[in-house]
Design a protein around this ligand. Structure first.
Ligand code: URA
Length: 212
């Protein structure tokens, strides 16, 4: 079992139950999409646990009081296209004011290196807590490249969120970016020869968008 000080595996029973529903091959597209959204909403609570609060004066209908509110840095969620969009929505359900960035990467067939084809993030990303989302951490190369691009754009506080990870991908990401906390619902057995996570859930993009 892969372990790393920066790795959190979300073992909440609701998360684990919903992940099982996602893995099942007979789960229809509409259910898959809804459940992915539900899980990512739950994951968002864990990922944002470290946000700091400040006491502010408010008035209830009955009396004034000091009450906690989020302070300081604001959030930016960054979706790695296209499957990242499937867990973006659930995260936004929890943090509707977060800004959103997108990064598109494809694998060069000759070099097998990730090549960026799209990137749009807020100008003030250096002042934001950044949460990168992609359902499957497989080889880890796209994740590591996306984090590197965000660091180059100025981001300093970055976390990575996925539903399922392969030990190989965790190794690549945590070696390239030991400062980046990784949150996942499961660490599966391995990658297969086609780059799929086993047992996994198949192609997350195809299952989210019904493209196969
Ligand atoms: N991407 C997916 O969608 N599924 C995998 O198993 C690996 C990468």
């Amino acid at each position: 079992m892969f372990t790393h000080p920066n790795l959190t595996v979300l073992d909440h029973p609701l998360v684990q139950h919903k992940l099982t529903l996602l893995r099942q091959k007979e789960t229809p597209v509409a259910d898959f999409r809804r459940i992915a959204r539900e899980i990512s909403l739950l994951m968002c609570f864990e990922v944002t646990r470290g946000l700091t609060l400040e006491m502010v004066p408010i008035e209830t209908p009955l009396e004034p009081m000091q009450s906690p509110m989020l302070e300081g840095k604001k959030l930016c969620l960054v979706s790695i296209l296209r499957a990242g969009n499937g867990i973006l929505e659930g995260m936004l359900d929890a943090v509707p004011n977060a800004r959103v960035g997108h990064i598109g990467l494809y694998r060069d067939p000759k070099t097998l290196e990730p090549v960026e084809y799209y990137m749009k993030v807020p100008d003030d990303i250096s002042e934001r807590v950044v949460i990168v989302v992609d359902p499957m951490l497989a080889t880890g190369h796209s994740a590591a490249a996306a984090v590197a691009r965000l660091k180059a754009a100025g981001a300093t506080q970055i976390s990575f969120v996925c539903l399922i990870s392969a030990p190989e991908g965790l190794g690549v990401l945590t070696t390239a970016h030991p400062d980046v906390p990784v949150f996942t619902c499961a660490v599966d057995r391995c990658l297969d020869g086609h780059g799929y996570i086993r047992p996994g859930l198949g192609d997350a993009g195809d299952r989210l968008f019904g493209t196969k």
